[in-house]
Design a protein around this ligand. Structure first.
Ligand code: URA
Length: 209
């Protein structure tokens, strides 16, 4: 059964509301996405493995906890995933990065792959797939399917907005992949947009419309 984690922290919710505004500038949309992604990283990475290390304070030697950033792989679904990727890398700079290039065929809304590049040794790494919008779910399903071929330790899916249709699609194909989202919106419209949503996340982030 798919776990859906709603990241309902007030800071995340506040920034998400600002991002939804149709008159938010490209600059402000991008900055907010960066901030929300850093905040979401706290929730998404809550259970990653830690190990003990020795640390010398100004007073004595003690032991502290540390994570192994390189055991994490953030996989960005191009192109909109790169906004979340930047925010997550700001808090885990040692993480490895993968990219999956998928575009939505405008007629069928099916995901078509045009680029795929991952770090090696995925069997030793936990993967976090990032894409701001879980809309039809086609890209998410295709990305997770390709990732599973490399046998990662675990896979999580992170978005800002999901809708019932996208959650159902990902759940149907990959019930083992937990979803982290800041909101679950009402529905998908006939053009494949999440409503009320925030429009085309890629265009808003890059100012391409
Ligand atoms: N992709 C977007 O950028 N926005 C949507 O609403 C749906 C898919």
């Amino acid at each position: 059964m798919t776990e859906v984690h709603l990241v309902d922290h007030p800071l995340v919710q506040h920034k998400l509301t600002l991002m939804r505004r149709k008159d938010a500038s490209t600059k402000s949309f991008r900055e907010l996405l960066h901030e929300v992604s850093m905040l979401m990283a706290y929730e998404v990475l809550r259970d990653i493995p830690m190990h003990e290390v020795e640390v010398e304070t100004p007073l004595e030697v003690t032991r502290g906890k540390a994570i192994d950033g390189k055991k994490l792989v953030f996989v960005s679904i191009l192109r909109a995933g790169s906004g979340i990727l930047d925010g997550m890398l700001a808090v885990v700079p040692g993480a490895r990065v993968g990219h999956i290039g998928l575009y939505r065929d405008p007629k069928t809304l099916i995901a078509v792959e045009y680029y795929f590049k991952l770090p090696t040794d995925l069997d030793e790494r936990d993967v976090v797939v990032v894409d701001p919008m879980l809309a039809t779910g086609h890209s998410a399903v295709a990305a997770v399917e390709r990732l599973k071929e490399s046998g990662p330790k675990s896979i999580k899916f992170v978005c800002l907005l999901a809708c019932p249709e996208g959650i159902a699609a990902l759940h149907a194909e990959h019930p083992d992949v937990p979803i982290y989202t800041a909101a679950v919106d009402r529905e998908l419209d006939e053009h494949g947009y999440i409503v009320p949503g925030m429009g085309d996340a890629g265009d808003r982030m890059f100012g391409t419309k």
